[in-house]
Design a protein around this ligand. Structure first.
Ligand SMILES: [Zn+2]
Length: 115
């Protein structure tokens, strides 16, 4: 018991930060509740008191994804110059590369263009 009387009126306490022993009157309560020595004492940083609004992760509203819209593409049948097989905005008057019968067969034998 060689330490008896070394710290009269105090007791041996351990710093919560560095772990060294100190007389109990040398430790101070830090802002986070830890009992620390003078070297480990620090004031609370002001940025820790800033209140930030919680962030909303999901958007406020959404709507279901719509069906895709496919535009008509011209092909060898719809761009032909023949009535019934050619389609408006696709027909080319000079497109006589294939005969009406060939294109009709390609169209499944129908005289009206079908997709
Ligand atoms: Zn310490």
């Amino acid at each position: 018991m060689g330490r008896r009387g070394r710290w009269p009126g105090t007791w041996k306490a351990v710093c919560d930060s560095c772990g060294f022993e100190f007389p109990s009157d040398e430790l101070r309560e830090r802002w986070d509740g830890f009992m620390v020595c003078v070297e480990d004492y620090e004031t609370k940083h002001p940025l820790l008191d800033i209140r930030i609004r919680p962030e909303r992760i999901a958007p406020a509203w959404v709507r279901p994804k719509g069906e895709p819209i496919f535009l008509h593409n011209c092909n060898i049948i719809s761009s032909s110059c023949y009535t019934g097989l050619g389609v408006a905005d696709c027909m080319r008057a000079d497109n006589t590369q294939f005969t009406y019968e060939v294109l009709k067969d390609l169209n499944g034998g129908l005289e009206v263009y079908t997709e």
